[in-house]
Design a protein around this ligand. Structure first.
Ligand SMILES: [Ca+2]
Length: 497
């Protein structure tokens, strides 16, 4: 019912927008709107229901890791642990080396993933916090207990549900935990997971909107999310499905099941967690193959932002919550057997905002122009080796524009650092700690001296230009040598702040 209402609302808005003023309101343009050649997908499913949808429509599995760094996968250079299953998505298809999230933290990026918009345009620019935020010795995590992604936003889940897809979200939602924002109100038939970060109190496990476990046994979360995903694939192998799997790990507190936890080797909890995450993706890929859906399933793996302590940026500067590359550049792997040529390594710029339009286009679902999506379709890049569709990408922090990225250039418009700075004391223990049950003690978590990125280089000033081709670690400000580039990027910044 909500989708039908939204469709009618969308149609109404379209008509209003396309009319010059309201002089033709009696005719309402409705006929014209329904005859728009860009609307058939919405019209078809809204009017005919999902029974008419062909079972040959490709499935979509979108896996999002939490705080997984650019250097956390073997295929991106990680040497301390192996991630063969996650890497396989890239060798079966494409691996992108310059994929950017629009913000260096959770909720805004997740809303961008599902709406295709920059945070300033979908409106969720800070994290929902069930306890209103956390104050620690070095920072305040500002948040709000009552916010969520605006209900007028049209999510990827809703687009696919309109097309007759069976839809399920498993894991961290974080687009609002109040009833009106929950996944079952946002195009998902089913939901199972913690509705926000696994360090936000009260940590509770929810099925649809009902709490089914409190306190949560975090050690078995990855395992249980995986089982839930496998079950969903099994039950829906005869019809198109959209599985959105935003795993809880490797967000702190880290927790692994007994099968992967190795207390005998100290300081490698992050590796344990990564091995279990890799196992999870292996299970899902095996399942797709065993039920014969390998050639009819698009699989995507990415992360919502850079790593916190213990992870790796792969030699990029900074970390989560900064606008250095370590905070915003993340792995992105995509496969679709028979459609996306295997073994591609793509070095063009792309971003989280592109996932919605790319999936829509791969599935040949038209997106109505009134949705005003910021992302671009990456299909030509993935299928035909085209250049990036973006002249520039923009990253933000809350309501501030932070960086402009154009080809090899990156201009830092505002300070990329946190203020006050992150702790560096090796005895520092993260005071943010959830309620709940875990087999992992707090002092086993990575410490502040396990800084995940590079923390050297020139200090920021208000004219700060980096050549990422020759200086991916952002060590040297070369603004003085390229005043014309600085001017061009500052002009773009002005237009997109
Ligand atoms: Ca995150």
């Amino acid at each position: 019912m909500k989708i039908l209402q939204r469709y009618l609302l969308l149609t109404f808005k379209l008509c209003i927008i396309t009319l010059d003023g309201f002089q033709n309101l009696s005719a309402f343009g409705l006929k014209n709107c329904f005859e728009s050649d860009t609307l058939p997908a919405l019209r078809k499913t809204s009017l005919q229901g999902k029974s008419s949808v062909s079972s040959r429509k490709p499935n979509v599995i979108l896996i999002l890791a939490d705080d997984l760094g650019y250097g956390d996968l073997s295929s991106y250079g990680q040497k301390n642990w192996q991630t063969p299953n996650i890497d396989k998505i890239g060798t079966d298809g494409a691996r992108l080396t310059r994929f950017y999230t629009p913000m260096p933290y959770c909720a805004p990026t997740r809303a961008s993933l599902l709406t295709g918009k920059y945070p300033k345009n979908h409106g969720l620019i800070i994290n929902p916090f069930p306890d209103g935020g956390v104050k620690t010795s070095f920072q305040t995590f500002r948040g709000n207990d009552s916010i969520g992604v605006d209900q007028k936003e049209f999510l990827l889940s809703e687009l696919l549900k309109e097309q007759g897809y069976k839809t399920k979200a498993i894991g961290k939602w974080h687009l609002g935990h109040r009833p009106q924002f929950m996944p079952d109100k946002q195009g998902f038939d089913e939901y199972f997971g913690i509705p926000y970060s696994n360090d936000m109190k009260p940590v509770k496990l929810v099925r649809n909107e009902k709490t089914v476990e409190y306190p949560v046994i975090q050690a078995t979360l990855t395992k249980r999310y995986t089982e839930e995903a496998l079950d969903f694939i099994d039950k829906n192998k005869e019809q198109p499905f959209f599985l959105y799997l935003p795993h809880a790990m490797p967000h702190k507190p880290l927790a692994a099941s007994e099968e992967f936890y190795t207390p005998q080797t100290k300081n490698d909890l992050y590796a344990d967690v990564m091995r279990e995450l890799d196992w999870s993706i292996g299970q899902i890929l095996n399942k797709i193959r065993s039920v014969g859906l390998e050639e009819n399933t698009i699989v995507i793996f990415t992360s919502d932002n850079g790593p916190w302590f213990g992870g790796s940026t792969g030699g990029l500067r900074g970390m989560k919550a900064t606008s250095w590359e370590g905070g915003i550049r993340v792995p992105f792997l995509v496969s679709w057997k028979g459609k996306i040529q295997p073994g591609q390594v793509i070095t063009e710029i792309a971003g989280t905002i592109d996932v919605f339009p790319t999936i829509a286009n791969l599935l040949k679902i038209p997106i109505h122009k009134t949705l005003k999506i910021d992302g671009k379709d990456l299909t030509p890049m993935l299928i035909d080796r085209a250049k990036s569709p973006h002249d520039a990408l923009y990253t933000y922090f809350a309501d501030n524009l932070q960086t402009v990225i154009s080809g090899k250039w990156k201009l830092h418009v505002r300070s990329p650092e946190r203020n006050p700075p992150l702790p560096s004391d090796s005895n520092w223990v993260d005071p943010v700690w959830p309620d709940g049950v875990t087999i992992i003690a707090q002092n086993n978590q990575p410490k502040a001296n396990q800084f995940p990125g590079i923390n050297t280089g020139d200090a920021w000033n208000d004219s700060f230009l980096i050549d990422l081709e020759t200086d991916p670690s952002e060590q040297k400000n070369i603004a003085a040598q390229y005043p014309e580039v600085v001017k061009k990027l500052k002009d773009l910044a002005e237009q997109n702040k």
